[in-house]
Design a protein around this ligand. Structure first.
Ligand SMILES: C[S@@+](CC[C@H](N)C(=O)[O-])C[C@H]1O[C@@H](n2cnc3c(N)ncnc32)[C@H](O)[C@@H]1O
Length: 216
């Protein structure tokens, strides 16, 4: 209780967005999976893993929009970006912050249905799925369903970019094997609370893309 109170006080001193996020974490810690939004540094590490010619991007678990803003700043056109967020309050926040975007309150497992319903990119496959989901705290079946949904809407060369707070790959080896995927670790950044590592998932044989320069 004391720890919770201290954390609450420290978050209150930060931006209202941090407070919105933290309140949702108090309500649903497993689903939110972080006590504060990702840092700009982590956003840069995530975007460094986009294919160089990436045009159509889907973001899973938008939160307060740290990666969303970075994607727009990176040059992804609003009509080529689709954002899913399961938490209703965070979804409202995102929809108000990015009125130019399609932000859908939905479960990442429903991605193929959402893509079809929204008519995202006129039915063309996505080049990348950028995920802020807390995959590490999810069970095997949920992980499997989310990766399956992501690769159902990705182009053959497409990739899923994910971060994790853990020291190893956040997706179980058996899930990768079952779905015919391979994983590669990207940059690790200490400039995030907590420190985080980026992972890139591709279909087997499609993961030979150039690695971006390392960040500290
Ligand atoms: C660790 S937070 C990351 C938020 C944001 N991307 C960031 O980096 O600051 C995970 C987010 O995923 C959302 N989420 C959790 N499970 C989800 C699911 N099955 N489908 C869509 N969003 C989900 C949570 O509500 C939360 O906003």
């Amino acid at each position: 209780m004391t720890v919770r109170k201290t954390a609450e006080e420290s978050v209150l001193q930060k931006a209202p967005e941090h407070w919105t996020f933290f309140r949702q974490w108090l309500r649903s810690p497993l689903s939110i999976a972080a006590i504060s939004p990702s840092s700009q540094h982590l956003a840069r590490c995530m975007l460094a893993e986009l294919p160089p010619d990436a045009r159509r991007v889907i973001e899973l678990g938008g939160g307060t929009g740290v990666f969303t803003a970075a994607l727009l700043q990176h040059g992804i056109a609003p009509e080529d970006l689709l954002v899913l967020e399961l938490n209703p309050e965070l979804h409202r926040h995102l929809a108000a912050r990015f009125p130019q975007l399609q932000v859908v309150c939905a479960d990442a497992r429903e991605l193929p249905r959402i893509v079809a319903q929204t008519g995202f990119a006129d039915g063309r496959p996505a080049d990348a799925v950028l995920s802020g989901l807390g995959l590490l705290s999810m069970g095997r079946d949920t992980q499997c369903a989310i990766l399956k949904a992501a690769f159902a809407v990705l182009a053959p060369h497409g990739r899923m970019v994910q971060f994790t707070y853990g020291p190893t790959c956040p997706v179980r080896a058996e899930v990768l094997e079952e779905l015919g995927l391979e994983a590669r670790r990207g940059q690790v950044t200490w400039r995030n609370v907590p420190p985080a590592a980026v992972w890139v998932f591709t279909r087997k044989g499609e993961g030979r893309a150039a690695r971006p320069p390392a960040e500290g």
